[in-house]
Design a protein. Structure first.
Length: 564
């Protein structure tokens, strides 16, 4: 399924905020109504009859920024599958209750990776209206002077095909690719049965491997080409010198380069290759991959040991200069921790455990591409064998303390969510890097304790993404009654199809408004309302593989829990 967008009149869609995609029969069900609601009515959408249960007003909440007053309504006692309407005064919103409520949106967030594959044509039988010719085969990629080695001098060429376009642009970045694969593999390892059943109609769907692993393999194959075989180091990115215009891939003609090796990129590569070596071991469709990935991980780790603090410095690149996304990172401790953790879990070698222990953070933080430590923590928490005391002690307690601090804010929040209650929760990519990844952390807390408060909190974060928020958008393209139509995404803008690629999570409200010189239509400066559905808004409306990976990890795990 490639998504189904049904728009409602603007006067209707903005006043009652709720999950616009679907709710499970047994989940908490919340609607938030702008203003003070005097009465709330729920009806069967087909028959028009009032539902047997009544909505219960939990509280009237006041936004800490805009001071808007909102009524938080609970109708969790409604458990019968069906289509319904909820009304207050002249405002009405539609919602559905059904088993597998998030199946289609989960599938779409996975299918979006296929749609953004580099180096291959996407065919109509898989991509529908979004089919396009091959672009960026990357079989002739130049070694930038910053990436030169004795075995690969500047100006020589390599072949580096496959992979996903990173975001709204057409480049490919190792640090972000590694994070994206890593967080999805974390979720897959916790929900194998579910993901093994999830079919999304990609070219590999007929084989013996789960579609999610097939899709990740398309990017892992590219990542392997980014390692210099002469020394084990990994190029930071494959890029054009400048961003392409808003054109289709076939209309891009700049030279493509691999640029400077960096410690962060090389350690991220080592981590995800070691992680993938465990997951793909014994895979019949890719029988040689696990051993290849393990060797690549070891070689990359060896390069990092010899080059422990080589930071990516784009401003120093010349002949040509490069001005595309940096994914710069001035701290390497989290990468050392993740890489050493994954290599310890792969090999059992104590030396990796010692390095991981040295860099293990003393507090839990949600994972992002620039802070991957929690991916290592997730992997250790999920490990089914005893860990060295230096690695395992306090891990669970730190995670639970963090998650409890999130849950504690829900009772006074405007949208019945554990996130979105501080201005710090909003910014570049917040829908993934606050709501999505914190939702995954909450699911690990649920798996660790069995306490359903964490499962409920993770679902609340998903509900926020899917419509129960200050703007009234379902922030995943192609879904809900109000969905982004103009993401900052080159092929969605240039392909001639009115609706954007479905299944893409946009960045979300960003009060920094770093693009405000180009965007004149921001509706608000308030932290949770600072979102503009216009193509020019790269600060609030871009898409990115790490954001999609985070929401895929969250939604897939929620669906797995609800459909056991």
């Amino acid at each position: 399924m490639l998504g189904a967008l049904t728009l409602m009149p603007a006067a209707t869609q903005a006043q009652i905020r709720l999950n616009q995609v679907g709710m499970y029969p047994n989940q908490e069900k919340i609607a938030v109504i702008e203003g003070t609601a005097k009465s709330v009515t729920i009806k069967d959408a087909t028959t028009g009859k009032k539902a047997a249960v009544k909505a219960r007003v939990l509280r009237t909440a006041t936004s800490p920024w805009s001071k808007k007053r909102r009524t938080v309504v609970d109708f969790s006692t409604l458990t019968t599958p069906g289509a319904y309407t909820i009304s207050s005064g002249k405002q009405t919103a539609r919602f559905t209750i059904k088993p597998s409520a998030l199946r289609d949106v989960t599938a779409a967030t996975l299918k979006a990776f296929y749609l953004t594959r580099s180096g291959m044509a996407t065919e109509a039988r898989y991509a529908g209206a979004y089919a396009r010719p091959v672009g960026h085969p990357d079989t002739l990629v130049y070694i930038h002077p910053s990436a030169a080695s004795l075995g690969r001098p500047a100006g020589t060429t390599i072949s580096s095909p496959w992979g996903w376009y990173d975001a709204g642009d057409y480049n490919k970045y190792i640090v972000n690719s590694a994070y994206s694969v890593g967080i999805v593999l974390c979720s897959y390892a916790q929900c194998r049965d579910y993901f093994d059943r999830l079919k999304v109609n990609i070219p590999e769907s007929g084989n013996l491997t789960a579609d999610v692993l097939d899709e990740l393999m398309y990017n892992l194959r590219w990542m392997l080409t980014m390692q210099d075989p002469y020394d084990g180091g990994v190029y930071h990115k494959l890029t054009t010198p400048n961003f392409e215009g808003f054109v289709m891939p076939t209309d891009c003609h700049q030279r493509r380069y691999v640029v400077q090796k960096s410690t962060c990129a090389t350690l991220d590569f080592a981590a995800v290759m070691a992680q993938a070596a465990r997951i793909y071991k014994g895979n019949k469709d890719y029988p040689a991959f696990a051993a290849q990935a393990a060797r690549a991980a070891m070689a990359a780790y060896g390069w990092a040991e010899r080059n422990p603090d080589v930071l990516y410095q784009q401003e120093r690149l010349a002949n040509p200069a490069v001005s595309t996304g940096t994914y710069g990172d001035s701290h390497t401790a989290d990468e050392w921790y993740w890489a050493a953790t994954e290599l310890y879990l792969l090999t059992g070698d104590q030396r990796f455990a010692d390095v991981a222990a040295k860099h293990q953070p003393r507090r839990f933080t949600a994972p992002t591409w620039g802070n991957v430590a929690s991916l290592g923590t997730f992997e250790l928490l999920a490990h089914d064998k005893p860990l060295p005391s230096t690695l395992g002690e306090g891990l669970g307690e730190r995670l639970l303390s963090y998650c409890d601090s999130l849950v504690a804010t829900t009772a006074t929040s405007s949208f019945q969510t554990p996130n979105g209650n501080s201005a710090r929760d909003f910014g570049w990519g917040c829908l993934a890097e606050t709501f999505g990844t914190n939702g995954v952390a909450l699911l690990y807390a649920y798996r660790l304790t069995g306490n359903r408060k964490y499962l409920t909190a993770a679902q609340q974060d998903a509900d926020y993404i899917l419509g129960r928020n200050a703007t009234g958008y379902c922030y995943i393209t192609g879904f809900g009654t109000r969905s982004p139509m103009h993401p900052h995404h080159r092929p969605s803008e240039a392909d001639g199809v009115e609706a954007p690629y479905p299944g893409l999570l946009v960045g979300g409200p960003n009060p920094g408004q770093q693009d405000k010189s180009d965007v004149k239509s921001y509706p608000s400066n308030q932290p949770d309302e600072s979102y503009a559905d216009v193509m020019q808004s790269y600060a609030s409306n871009e898409i990115a593989i790490n954001w999609n990976a985070s929401v895929l990890a969250l939604l897939g795990w929620l669906e797995a829990e609800q459909t056991k």
